[in-house]
Design a protein around this ligand. Structure first.
Ligand SMILES: [Zn+2]
Length: 605
């Protein structure tokens, strides 16, 4: 398939509190998609951000006795630094209260819908939940209270601007049922179609300035009203691209939205209606292309309790993603989210589950494999192993693994660059299962990710680890090494082939696991990369996490290894967690230069 242009977005959470683990699922899923598509040569833009204009932020600031601006700035930066904490390759991070692109973009979108006759003023009275920021019909309430929050609703009477949603019911139903607007999983598509079939009513698209506490984006030409926060927030997906600005200022919009092959929103189930009904209708009204796909994930719970709508005062340590990442590393957090969370259904999180998963897969399975292979190579070949020819279909993946957003992973392509495969030996016959697992992986990952099945994709990559460990157990290279030392020449030749297959498998593994665990991938690449024909001394790539007490330990990382040139191995150094550097994300995104981390190959004669 030829290269595609893919626009990916996460939702923008409101920032009435710090981020919790529930927010990270979507971020990590989106990052995997972004890295996967970049690696296969697609052109990708990944956007995230924060919804600063929510009334909930105003109320949270009132409770704390600080200004709304102060509260949103503080909490939005806690979201922005997740980019570092979780190794996210985000291209753009938009904050709706301060990004200079947002307000004019929302105003242009509003005017486009107004010009199409879809915004009108109407006196209105309704039952309103501040927590949800939406009106409910009496029949939707649970014992007179918000069905979601269980809190009393307010009777609100005022004159508002309404959006003519009813006009788009037929078009939306057709676009969704024909898959032109694809909603995944199918159960969510059916839910939306059922909602549309039940009849769409026009919705209130503004609030009085008083009820909005003066916070938010004013309705163009109507100083008494503020644009409904959902209308405002949904617009972020295109205001960041300067949608509606006169050419050539709208070049990003033309490039990344109008002319993209795929426009993909990742959203939680609680905001399905907004993304699959309201937002497409607004775009239809404005005469703009719709998203092509909406992927809906379910929620995480923590220790059996709800975390997706946590108390506004903060989050417990055990569900604070920054703390989890600082303690266990981004690899452990990402791996749990990817490997343990199914495509549909809520998933319960505990720290013990995260540790168990990391220890079983990353320390025992993967870490043990790398450690065995590198140690064997040093015990019997002084680190010099001739790899096998890379299986078909993998070399291009390796070459495209570089990502300028991500200094830590930039080591991979140089270490693993395809050294002219024709000159390398074929795979030994007894490694057929391992070779097949490697050959199957790219297609299996692509298929799983095309249906947003992150668990299946992670599991497909992990097949390489499992087959490689089986191959070690089956061939027992240490016996071959001892036989060779006792004079068995054939055993020595066999050992060459076995180690060649294993080192190649580890190198391919680094590239294949990169979208899922970019930091660990860089450490694998550093450990198994071909540095002037000799592997670096063995260093654990993922030490076991000990759960000795309830006070959570810091993760232990290997000491910096010296590279073959005597300098610090830059790939490994870059992969280690540095002091957390707060990075400004509310302006144009900074892009790291990959050139410094071109790994050991360049140091060799
Ligand atoms: Zn509510």
């Amino acid at each position: 398939m030829s290269a595609q242009r893919v626009y990916l977005s996460t939702t923008i959470p409101y920032v009435n509190s710090r981020p919790h683990l529930g927010h990270t699922l979507e971020l990590v899923q989106a990052d995997v998609l972004a890295r996967h598509h970049r690696r296969i040569g697609d052109e990708v833009r990944l956007q995230s951000g924060t919804d600063d204009n929510s009334l909930k932020n105003v109320l949270a600031a009132e409770r704390e006795g600080i200004s709304t601006r102060e509260l949103v700035n503080r909490n939005a930066s806690a979201f922005a630094v997740l980019r570092d904490d979780l190794s996210l390759s985000v291209d753009d991070f938009i904050r709706t209260s301060s990004d200079p692109r947002h307000r004019p973009g929302v105003e242009r979108l509003w005017r486009a819908c107004a010009a199409n006759g879809d915004l009108y003023r109407k006196a209105y009275q309704g039952l309103y939940c501040v927590g949800c920021e939406q009106f409910y019909a009496e029949t939707e309430l649970a014992a007179g209270k918000c069905p979601d929050h269980g809190t009393p609703v307010e009777l609100v009477a005022e004159e508002n601007w309404f959006f003519r949603l009813s006009r788009y019911a037929g078009t939306l139903a057709e676009l969704i049922s024909t898959g032109k607007l694809r909603i995944e999983p199918a159960s969510r598509r059916n839910e939306v179609l059922g909602f549309i079939a039940g009849g769409l009513e026009d919705f209130s698209a503004s609030r009085s300035v008083q009820r909005a506490r003066g916070w938010g984006i004013g309705v163009p030409d109507d100083p008494s009203q503020v644009i409904y926060v959902w209308w405002d927030a949904l617009g972020n997906y295109i205001t960041s691209l300067n949608a509606g600005a006169p050419a050539p200022r709208d070049a990003d919009y033309q490039h990344w939205w109008v002319n993209a092959d795929r426009r993909v929103h990742l959203v939680g189930k609680g905001v399905l209606r907004f993304h699959a009904v309201y937002w497409p209708a607004i775009l239809l009204s404005a005469g703009q292309p719709l998203p092509t796909e909406v992927f809906v994930h379910d929620y995480l719970t923590a220790d059996g309790g709800k975390i997706s709508k946590s108390a506004p005062t903060g989050t417990p340590d055990s569900t604070d993603p920054a703390r989890l990442s600082h303690r266990y590393g981004p690899d452990a957090v990402r791996w749990w989210l990817l490997r343990d969370v199914p495509r549909a259904g809520d998933t319960d999180f505990t720290v013990a589950k995260l540790i168990t998963r990391a220890n079983e897969d990353l320390a025992n399975g993967l870490g043990n494999l790398i450690s065995r292979v590198v140690s064997l190579a040093h015990s019997y070949r002084d680190g010099a192993v001739r790899p096998c020819r890379r299986p078909d279909g993998t070399s291009r993946w390796l070459a495209a693994a570089a990502d300028p957003r991500d200094a830590r992973a930039a080591a991979i392509p140089a270490v693993l660059a395809d050294p002219g495969t024709d000159a390398l030996p074929d795979w030994p016959d007894d490694a057929a299962s391992l070779r097949e697992a490697i050959e199957r992986t790219p297609a299996a990952v692509a298929t799983a990710l095309a249906r947003f099945d992150f668990r299946a994709a992670a599991s497909a990559v992990f097949q390489i680890v499992e087959q490689a460990n089986r191959y070690v157990d089956a061939t027992e290279p240490w016996h071959l090494g001892r036989a060779e030392r006792a004079g068995d020449v054939a055993a020595g030749e066999r050992l060459d082939r076995v180690l060649g297959a294993l080192v190649t498998a580890c190198q391919v593994l680094a590239a294949e696991i990169w979208p899922f665990l970019p930091d660990l991938a860089a450490r694998i690449a550093a450990a198994c990369g071909d540095c002037g024909g000799r592997l670096p001394k063995p260093v654990p790539v993922f030490p076991r996490i000990e759960l000795a007490s309830t006070s959570l330990p810091r993760p232990q990382y290997p000491a910096l290894a010296a590279g073959p040139s005597g300098r610090q191995n830059p790939a490994l150094a870059a992969s280690l967690p540095s002091a957390r550097r707060p990075r400004r994300l509310d302006s144009a995104p900074g892009r790291e230069k990959a050139s410094e981390v071109t790994a050991c190959r360049v140091n060799q004669p």
